[in-house]
Design a protein around this ligand. Structure first.
Ligand SMILES: Cc1cc2nc3c(=O)[nH]c(=O)nc-3n(C[C@H](O)[C@H](O)[C@H](O)COP(=O)(O)OP(=O)(O)OC[C@H]3O[C@@H](n4cnc5c(N)ncnc54)[C@H](O)[C@@H]3O)c2cc1C
Ligand code: FES
Length: 367
């Protein structure tokens, strides 16, 4: 292509950072799942890698609540983006979104980030495996390949509880009807009274996988769903000797709770008091901006140390994926077991993810 005849993009494009966006549409996908579509105030092109996620900064009852959600739309439709959220009736963030966020509502989002995407692990043959709302990153990938006529052979297997829980059902069928290299299969655990279902029923197993995708051993695999689902998938793959370096997964684990309830606190205190004092290892974690410090037991995280003092370091995923809880370590040594939520250059500069950094001695943090 001759560069002289190309127009450089003059619309702004977003980068990893904090952005305020406006909700432009809410779609009821199933009885407990909604899609929220967002745009910037002035046209911005939302480029991201299909499969990546953002972290929402919500204000609920006067408190800041951070929650991560995968972008379910595709960057091939770049002037807006969507997230698809399952309502946990007892969950703070998802319930707030379902009950309060409507067209016109504004929220701040951070990102996009994430290693679970189909650009960094390009392949000619892909098997997408999803359970429940874990369909979102795979849907973004499928939409991307569909919209860009990607020369990729895709087998898309989605497991739902019952027919009424199948997210994006009609769109999957539509894509299936339009292109030969997209082959979706749906598995329902069961069906409710009044529902009919003639497809695969039960849990995904070896026999189903062999029927749906006989060549699964040759495919790059992307998997997202509840922990039990992903463990079952891994069991099947390992049993067949699948080369696990071609297996990629994303976990949506709920935010672990940092603050112990009174009973847990008392039980832990009693346990520590029963130990020989020479066996109890405690480290001090100091927060230099606030001038506070607390003693924590070996194995507790920097974030837990902050929570004990009532200091609120923002946190979303709680497992080293999203980067929300990043803080600068001023001194001391920590073991950080993250899942891609921090870059090597950030680590070199001295940043740590407080949710998954366990002190190896006394530590001082800039907070
Ligand atoms: C990378 C990533 C991508 C994600 N993408 C999606 C997505 O596309 N779609 C989606 O729907 N979700 C997604 N999630 C999950 C999402 O971030 C939230 O975890 C989910 O919506 C639940 O959040 P919540 O605020 O509603 O629930 P929370 O308030 O975090 O509560 C979670 C659970 O803990 C229980 N709980 C809360 N407080 C207490 C307490 N004091 N005692 C006992 N139990 C308690 C609640 O009952 C609830 O069942 C993603 C997560 C990650 C990390
Ligand atoms: S809260 Fe997501 S990396 Fe710590």
């Amino acid at each position: 292509m001759n560069a002289a005849f190309m127009n450089p993009i003059n619309t702004q494009t977003w980068m990893n950072g904090r952005h305020v966006v406006r909700c432009i549409k809410v779609i009821q996908e199933t009885w407990d799942v909604k899609t929220f579509c967002f745009m910037a105030q002035s046209p911005v092109m939302f480029f991201f890698k299909p499969g990546q996620f953002i972290t929402l900064e919500l204000e609920i009852n006067g408190e800041q609540v951070m929650r991560s959600y995968t972008i379910s739309s595709s960057p091939s439709v770049p002037y807006s983006f969507s997230i698809t959220v399952k309502k946990d009736p007892r969950g703070q963030g998802s319930s707030w979104l379902h009950d309060n966020l409507d067209e016109g509502g504004e929220i701040a989002v951070h990102g996009p980030v994430g290693n679970f995407n189909c650009i960094d692990y390009a392949a000619e043959k892909i098997l997408m495996l999803s359970g429940g709302v874990g369909v979102t990153p795979l849907m973004s990938m499928a939409r991307w390949f569909f919209d860009t006529s990607g020369d990729v052979d895709i087998v898309f297997v989605h497991s739902a509880r019952a027919p009424k829980d199948i997210i994006f059902h009609r769109e999957l069928e539509h894509m299936d009807s339009r292109i030969p290299n997209f082959n979706p299969s749906i598995i329902c655990e069961g069906y409710d009274i009044g529902e009919t279902w003639s497809g695969y029923t039960g849990y995904l197993n070896d026999a189903m996988l062999n029927l749906i995708s006989p060549d699964f051993m040759d495919r790059e695999i992307f998997c997202c769903g509840p922990a039990a689902y992903m463990n079952a998938v891994k069991d099947i793959l390992i049993r067949h000797g699948y080369p696990m370096e071609h297996y990629h997964e994303e976990s949506f684990n709920s935010t672990p709770l940092d603050v112990m309830d009174d009973a847990e606190e008392l039980a832990e205190q009693a346990h520590i008091e029963a130990l020989d004092p020479s066996d109890v290892v405690q480290y001090s974690v100091s927060f230099d901006k606030t001038g506070k410090s607390s003693n924590i037991n070996a194995g507790e995280t920097v974030h837990e140390a902050a929570a004990k003092l009532g200091l609120h370091i923002p946190k979303a995923c709680g497992m080293g994926i999203c980067g929300t809880c990043k803080v600068m370590k001023v001194s001391g040594d920590v073991s950080m077991s993250h899942n891609g939520g921090i870059t090597d250059s950030d680590v070199e500069e001295g940043y740590i993810l407080s949710c998954c950094s366990v002190p190896n001695g006394d530590v001082v943090v800039d907070f």
